[in-house]
Design a protein around this ligand. Structure first.
Ligand SMILES: [Zn+2]
Length: 1029
C-alpha cells in the first residue's frame, strides 16, 4: 500500500512541475480555449489582495468535532458510519494531496487531537512534504488546541492545559505558533476566551459564528460584526483581541458548498458539454460577496469554505474554488483569493480602521425567539463533575510527578492530560454528545486517572521517605486513594483497625498557602483516636451514616466497580487537618484504648424528638436557624462580623417544554412551567451536632436528599445535595433547580464568573449591547457558572460557589438560582438526536441518573465577599489530596517524614496567588504557571501586586535559567509582545493597567498584577539538586 501511495505522490510531483510550466503560459492557453479546441484547462489561482476591490478571502476548512455523535476515534477512522459518514483520516489524506497539487491552495487545520493521530501514521517522506506546506503557509494551524473547546462549562485551567498540549505539539513538530483563534462552533463565547485564551496566547484575532440572533441583526445593520474585544477589566487594552463574527454561520453563502453529495451547482466551463454556466455562477458569487461587503467594514470579507467533516474528498472543493477564483477575477468586479484567517486579520489591520469596542462576553446565545442555548450549562452534571474533579487531580498529580521526577516510560500523567484535553471539546464537557460518546470520554479519563494515581502514590512514597532511610520502594504500593469517597466508599479507611494496626492518612495540599480543613472518612468502628504529625492526639468527631447514604453507596459501587462493597462503614470520622503549603501532613488513626479519650460521638436530634420551634446549628461564628416544623432554613447569623439576615433555601423544577417547535433538551433550556418541590408528607429531618461540624439532614422526597453542613472553624454553609432519579412516569422532563433567597434589594443585578475567573455583571432582562426583546424570561437570563455567583445590596453580599459547571441566574431580586440536574424526554433538534435521559445501570437494571454535589453559601459585609470567593474558590478546585496506608505497630513515624513543605519552610504564597501549573516537561524543563486570583478593585487587601520568590519556591534546587513564556509556552513572552498587532478602538478609556515587571535573573522574584497569569520555563542545574542536604 505504501509504495502505491508513493507512486501516486510521485506522479503528482510530475504533474506539479507540468502545471508550473503551464501557469507561465496561462494566457496562451486561455486564448487557445477561446477557440473551443482546448480540453485541458489551467486555472489561475495565484491572486493576492487587491487594494481597490472587494477582496473575498476564501478559507478552506473542515470543522471536525473531537467526539459528538461518534467517538473521537470513530470520527478519525471513519467507523460507525451508519451514524454519520465522517472520517477525518480521509479529510487529512485528501487535503494534503490537494495542497501538494497546487501551491496556491490553502487550508487551515484546527483540532490537534485529530492531526496528531494522523501525523503519527505518516511516512517520513510525507512528513517532510507536510512540513513544507506548513512553512509556505499553504497549511496553517489555527486555534491549535487539542480540540475546539467549549467556552461555557470548562474551567480556565483546563482551557489553558488543553491549548498548551496542542500548541506544544505544533511547536515540536513544525516550529510554528498559531496566530488566530477559531472558535466557530461553541454555543456562546466567554470573556476568558478573548483575553486569556486569545490575547495571552499571542493570538491576533478570534473568529466565531454563534451569537444571539438579536445582537447579530443589530451588528449587521451597524457593521459591527467585527470588533476589538477587551474581555478583562483588570487587563483591559493590554489583552485585547480583534474579533470577527460571521454574518451567518461557519459555512459558505448558499450555493457554494462542494462536498461530493452537496447540491450546489458546480461551475461547468467546458463548452463541449451541456449546461455551461460560468457567467451565471460568477454572478452568484459577486452578488453574495457584495451582500456581505455591505455588512462589513473595510473591503475585506471572509468566506469559511467548509463546514462539519468536509473535505473528505478534498479535490471536490478545491476544483470549484480554483474555478471561482479564476473566473471571478477574470470578471473583475470583485477579487477572490485563497486565504487564511491570518491573512485576513493582517488585511483588516492594514486597513487602519477604528473598530468598535466590545467588553464582557457573548452569553447567553439564542439562535431564535424561544431557542436559548442555556440548558447545556448543566447537561450531564455528573460528567461535568468528573471532569472538574479530575482537572484538580491533574494539577496535583503533575506537582507530585515533578517532585519525584518524571518518568517518560513508566506511569505518568500524560494519558490523563490527553483525556482531559479532549473532554473540553464543545460537545464533551458541554454535555451535548451522544451517550456512548460521553462514556468514551469518561473511560479515557478513568484510564488516565488510573495511571496518574500510580504517579501520586509513588511520589508520596518518595516524599514521605525522603528525609529518612531513602528506602521508599517498600511503600510504593501501600498508598491507596479513594476516588469514591464522596459516596462514603473508601476500603482502606473502612478496614477494621484490629491487632494494633493503624490507618495512616497523608494529606497533601497543592496550594501555596497553609490550610486547615476538615477531612472526613468512612470508618467501621467508633472508639478511635486521631494523632497529628507530631503524634499529638487531636479532636475528632463521629457522625452516623444514614441508610439513605448507604443504599446509594452500595448501588453505585456495584454500578462502577461491578462488585458490592465487602463491608459497611458505620460512621464518618471528621477531624481538622493542618497542612503546610505545597506539602503534606500525616495523621494516624487507631483504635482507642480504655485510657484514651476517643473521638466524640455526635448528638443526633430528629424533628420528632424536639418541641422547640427553632433549632440552631453551627458551633463557631456562623449560626443557621431552622424552623423545626418544616425543616426550613430561616436565618443566617455571623457573630464575628454581626451579619444577620433572613435567608431561605428551596428547590423547584421546570417542566421541560415538549413542543416539536422547540423542546427543552441537551442544548436548549425551554421551561414550560415552574413547580416548587415541597417536603413530601411530614418527613423527619435530623440534626447532627459535634465539636467539629454540625449537619442538618433533610430528605425532601424519595429522590432528593440534602445535607447542610457548618464547620466550626469556617464561616460558610456547605450544602450537599443528592438528586435523582428524577421521576418521569408522568411523561414530563424536569430540570431541577435550587434557590437561595434573601431580602436584598439587588436591582436586577447579579455577578457570575467567566470560566472560573473574572466576574461579569449581569442585569436581568438586559443586554449591554442591544435593546433586548424578552421572549424567554427564565432561559434568557441563565448564564454559565464555574466558580460562583453573587448579589449585593450595597451593605451585604450573598455569594454561592459551585463544585462544577452549572447554569444559574438571579430571577428574583435577592436570590441566586442554580440548575443542578436535568432529565428530558424530547430532543431539542440541535443535532445530537438523542434524549438527555441519563441512566445508571447495574447489569441490565437501569434507573435515572443520581447526582451528588455541593455548593457553598456565605453572606459578607459589602466588600468582604471576594476574599472568600477567590481564596476558598481555589480550595474547592484544589481540594486536599488524601492517601491511605496501613501501619503495623508503631513503625510509620520512625521510617517516614510526617510533615513536609516542598517550598522553603518559612515561605508561603499569599492568598491571592496560586500555582496553577507545576509540571516537568519531557525535555526536563519545568513549566511553572502562576495566577493572581483577584480582579482589580475587588478586595482592598488582595487586589494588589503579588510577588512570588522562585528561590523559595524551589529550595534545594539551583535555578539555572528562567524564561517567561506566553500562556501556552510556545514562544517567549517578549517575542509575542513584539509581534502583537495594535488596533485602533473607538471610545476607549481606561485606568492604568497593573502588570508585573520583568524578572531579575539574580533576585528571581515574579510579580503578578490583578488577574495576571504568568508562565515560565525554568531549568535547574540538576547537579546541584539537594546539595544542601
Ligand atoms: Zn462542533
Amino acid at each position: 500500500m505504501a509504495s502505491y501511495k508513493q507512486q501516486i505522490r510521485h506522479s503528482r510531483e510530475e504533474l506539479k512541475t507540468m502545471k508550473q510550466l503551464l501557469n507561465i503560459a496561462t494566457l496562451l492557453v486561455l486564448l487557445c480555449c477561446l477557440g473551443g479546441e482546448c480540453k485541458y484547462m489551467v486555472y489561475d489561482t495565484s491572486h493576492k489582495i487587491q487594494p481597490n476591490k472587494i477582496n473575498v478571502h476564501l478559507v478552506p476548512h473542515s470543522h471536525d468535532d473531537v467526539g459528538w455523535l461518534k467517538t473521537v476515534d470513530q470520527y478519525y477512522t471513519g467507523a460507525n458510519n451508519s451514524i454519520r459518514g465522517a472520517c477525518v483520516q480521509n479529510v487529512l489524506d485528501s487535503v494534503i494531496s490537494a495542497l501538494i497539487d497546487d501551491k496556491n491552495r490553502k487550508f487551515i487545520y484546527v483540532e490537534m487531537a485529530f492531526f496528531q493521530r494522523w501525523w503519527n501514521q505518516q511516512s517520513e517522506m510525507l512528513k517532510i512534504k507536510v512540513k513544507e506546506l506548513v512553512n509556505t503557509g499553504q497549511l496553517e494551524f489555527i486555534n491549535g488546541g487539542m480540540c475546539m473547546h467549549d467556552e461555557a462549562t470548562p474551567h480556565y485551567i483546563d482551557l489553558i492545559d488543553q491549548t498548551t498540549l496542542g500548541h506544544m505539539f505544533i511547536k515540536r513538530e513544525f516550529g510554528q505558533k498559531p496566530r488566530v483563534g477559531w472558535q466557530i462552533d461553541p454555543f456562546g463565547h466567554s470573556a476568558v476566551q478573548a483575553y486569556l485564551l486569545g490575547a495571552e496566547l499571542g493570538f491576533d484575532s478570534v473568529f466565531f459564528a454563534r451569537m444571539d440572533y438579536q445582537d447579530r441583526e443589530k451588528r449587521k445593520n451597524e457593521k459591527t460584526l467585527e470588533v476589538v474585544w477587551q474581555g478583562s477589566k483588570s487587563l483591559g487594552s493590554s489583552s485585547q483581541l480583534f474579533t470577527g463574527i460571521f454574518p451567518r454561520h461557519y459555512d459558505p453563502p448558499d450555493g457554494f458548498t462542494f462536498e461530493i453529495n452537496d447540491v450546489s451547482a458546480p461551475i461547468q466551463d467546458d463548452e463541449l458539454l451541456f449546461d455551461y454556466n460560468v457567467q451565471e455562477r460568477v454572478n452568484d458569487f459577486v452578488d453574495a460577496a457584495i451582500a456581505q461587503a455591505n455588512e462589513t467594514r473595510t473591503n475585506h470579507i471572509m468566506w469559511a469554505m467548509g463546514t462539519d467533516f468536509r473535505y473528505q474528498y478534498a479535490v471536490s472543493w478545491f476544483r470549484q474554488i480554483d474555478k471561482f477564483i479564476h473566473y471571478v477575477n477574470l470578471d473583475g468586479r470583485v477579487n477572490a483569493l485563497y486565504s487564511t484567517p491570518s491573512i485576513y486579520t493582517d488585511a483588516k489591520h492594514a486597513a487602519d480602521e477604528t473598530w468598535p469596542l466590545k467588553t464582557d462576553d457573548f452569553f447567553p446565545y439564542a439562535d431564535k425567539v424561544n431557542t436559548y442555548w442555556t440548558g447545556y450549562f448543566t447537561s450531564r452534571p455528573t460528567f461535568k463533575d468528573y471532569v472538574r474533579k479530575m482537572s484538580g487531580y491533574y494539577v496535583v498529580a503533575r506537582q507530585l510527578e515533578f517532585y519525584k521526577g518524571r518518568n517518560s516510560s513508566g506511569p505518568n500523567t500524560d494519558a490523563l492530560g490527553d483525556a482531559l484535553a479532549i473532554a473540553q471539546h464543545h460537545d464533551a464537557v458541554s454535555g451535548t454528545q451522544r451517550q456512548h460518546v460521553a462514556s468514551d470520554y469518561a473511560l479515557r479519563i478513568g484510564k488516565g486517572y488510573a495511571e496518574a494515581e500510580k504517579v501520586v502514590a509513588s511520589s508520596l512514597a518518595f516524599l514521605t521517605a525522603l528525609r529518612t532511610s531513602g528506602n521508599h520502594e517498600n511503600s510504593v504500593g501501600t498508598f491507596q486513594q479513594c476516588p469514591l469517597l464522596n459516596i462514603s466508599y473508601c476500603p482502606p479507611s473502612e478496614a477494621v483497625l484490629s491487632d494494633g494496626k493503624s490507618l495512616v492518612i497523608v494529606v497533601y495540599n497543592p496550594l501555596g498557602w497553609k490550610r486547615e480543613e476538615v477531612v472526613r472518612i468512612p470508618v467501621s468502628s467508633h472508639e478511635l483516636i486521631v494523632l497529628d504529625s507530631d503524634g499529638k492526639e487531636i479532636k475528632s468527631q463521629l457522625l452516623p451514616i444514614f441508610n439513605a447514604s448507604l443504599n446509594m453507596r452500595n448501588y453505585h459501587v456495584k454500578a462502577y466497580l461491578g462488585v458490592s462493597p465487602s463491608s459497611t462503614p458505620q460512621y464518618w470520622l471528621g477531624f481538622t487537618a493542618s497542612v503546610p503549603p505545597l506539602g503534606f501532613s500525616t495523621y494516624i488513626i487507631s483504635g482507642a484504648k480504655h485510657t484514651d479519650t476517643s473521638s466524640t460521638m455526635s448528638t443526633v436530634w430528629t424533628s420528632d424528638s424536639t418541641s422547640d420551634k427553632t433549632v440552631v446549628i453551627g458551633g463557631g461564628n456562623l449560626k443557621l436557624h431552622y424552623a423545626t416544623d418544616e425543616g426550613k432554613l430561616t436565618h443566617y447569623i455571623n457573630k464575628r462580623n454581626l451579619v444577620e439576615e433572613s435567608i431561605e433555601h428551596s428547590y423547584s423544577y421546570y417542566s421541560g417544554h415538549n413542543s416539536t417547535n422547540q423542546a427543552s433538551g441537551a442544548y436548549i433550556f425551554r421551561p414550560s412551567g415552574t413547580f416548587p418541590i415541597k417536603s413530601e408528607g411530614q418527613k423527619a429531618f435530623a440534626i447532627i451536632k459535634g465539636p467539629i461540624m454540625d449537619e442538618v439532614h433533610h430528605e425532601l422526597n424519595p429522590w432528593m436528599y440534602q445535607v447542610t453542613r457548618v464547620y466550626k472553624e469556617k464561616e460558610h454553609a456547605e450544602v450537599e445535595f443528592t438528586i435523582g432519579p428524577i421521576p418521569i412516569d408522568d411523561g414530563v422532563g424536569k430540570e431541577i433547580t435550587t434557590q437561595i433567597t434573601t431580602n436584598f434589594k439587588t436591582n436586577k443585578t447579579f455577578y457570575i464568573d467567566s470560566n472560573g475567573r473574572d466576574f461579569i455583571k449581569r442585569v436581568r432582562d438586559f443586554r449591554p449591547d442591544w435593546d433586548l426583546q424578552v421572549n424567554e424570561p427564565v432561559a434568557g437570563n441563565y448564564y454559565p457558572i464555574n466558580l460562583g455567583a453573587y448579589v449585593e445590596d450595597g451593605t451585604l453580599e450573598l455569594s454561592v460557589l459551585v463544585d462544577r459547571a452549572v447554569g444559574g441566574s438571579s430571577l428574583v431580586d435577592g436570590q441566586i438560582e442554580l440548575m443542578l440536574h436535568r432529565r428530558l424526554l424530547f430532543d431539542d433538534v440541535k443535532g445530537v438526536g438523542e434524549l438527555l435521559n441519563e441512566t445508571i445501570c447495574v447489569l441490565d437494571d437501569c434507573k435515572g441518573l443520581v447526582v451528588q454535589g455541593k455548593f457553598y453559601i456565605r453572606i459578607d459585609p459589602m466588600g468582604d465577599g471576594a476574599k472568600w470567593r477567590r481564596t476558598f474558590g481555589q480550595e474547592i478546585y484544589s481540594p486536599l489530596l488524601l492517601a491511605f496506608a496501613e501501619q503495623d505497630g508503631n513503625d510509620w513515624k520512625n521510617s517516614h517524614a510526617s510533615s513536609l513543605s516542598m517550598i522553603d519552610a518559612s515561605y508561603s504564597l499569599s492568598n491571592n496567588t496560586a500555582i496553577i501549573t507545576l509540571q516537568e516537561l519531557e525535555s526536563g524543563t519545568v513549566l511553572l504557571r502562576l495566577a493572581h486570583l483577584y480582579e482589580v478593585g475587588e478586595d482592598k487587601d488582595y487586589s494588589v501586586m503579588a510577588s512570588v520568590e522562585l528561590k523559595k519556591l524551589f529550595p534545594n534546587r539551583k535555578i539555572s535559567k528562567v524564561r517567561e513564556m506566553n500562556l501556552s509556552g510556545n514562544q517567549e513572552r517578549g517575542e509575542m509582545e513584539k509581534k502583537r498587532l495594535n488596533w485602533k478602538v473607538k471610545d476607549s478609556s481606561e485606568t492604568k493597567i497593573v502588570r508585573g515587571g520583568g524578572v531579575d535573573p539574580e533576585k528571581l522574584v515574579v510579580e503578578l498584577g490583578p488577574m495576571e497569569i504568568r508562565t515560565f520555563f525554568i531549568d535547574f542545574d540538576y547537579l546541584m539538586m539537594f546539595a544542601s542536604e
